[in-house]
Design a protein around this ligand. Sequence first.
Ligand SMILES: [Zn+2]
Ligand SMILES: [Zn+2]
Length: 277
Amino acid sequence: MKIILTGTGSPLPDPHRAGPSTVITTASTTILVDAGRAVVMRLAASGIIPPFLSAVVLTHLHSDHICDLNDVVTTHWVMSPEPTDLHVYGPKGTAEVVDGLLMMLDSDIRYRMTHHADLHEAPRVVVHELEAGQRFLVGDVSVLTGATDHGPVKPSLGYRFTGEGVSAVVAGDGVPCAGLDELVRGADAYVQTVVREDLVRLVPRQRFNEILSYHSTVQQAANTAQRGGVQTLVLTHFIPAPSPGEYDGWRALASDFDGVVVTGDDLTQVSVTPPPS
Ligand SMILES: [Zn+2]
Ligand SMILES: [Zn+2]
């Protein structure tokens, strides 16, 4: 199994970081987790076009995590040679978002269907609204949902992907909680969106400081990883975005975790392999 950090940014615009998204791949399955700013460009850079996606899963409905879902839907539609379902999994509320997105695209869908004789169907988006504790299969990957705490954004979900003998958790945004601990326990890799509390507190703006109340700090992510006994902690959704050479400072804050800490730019890849026996 491989993890690709297709977008390591946050709502704060950054020329070098796409908005939040992560890809989980096995030999036969490709799952996109969240669809932030410029996701289709980063997928293309990873050799993935939307018709190659086995499914899209959403951790929550904050705009930074879904703002380019429309591009995934349209590109999946126009690049598929035959009408093909795009399966979108997410928490309650996902169907309403997808309905609104298709309404926004209505003119475009009509233009293209009028122009292209072989495009006789609108995009087929199949939405699956999920609760915590559900299990489902996408190709050869078993997916388990877990409750995360990103209040007041409710509901929000983390996902544990199991395939090729390993498992990886993509937690999305949130602070540590029992649901996340349960999801992470015994996983091989754990991807957590993080903020640097020390740097955020330097900015004298209440709106900016308030992000600390519903995102894990690097230290909190390290503690969750340590409690869960995971091998590899992958940090993403960096707030504020590190400049080149600043990653060491981020990793140093995760010193409570005994395993490997991965930080990186967009398109960083992490191979998830079974622990040495
Ligand atoms: Zn969020
Ligand atoms: Zn976010």
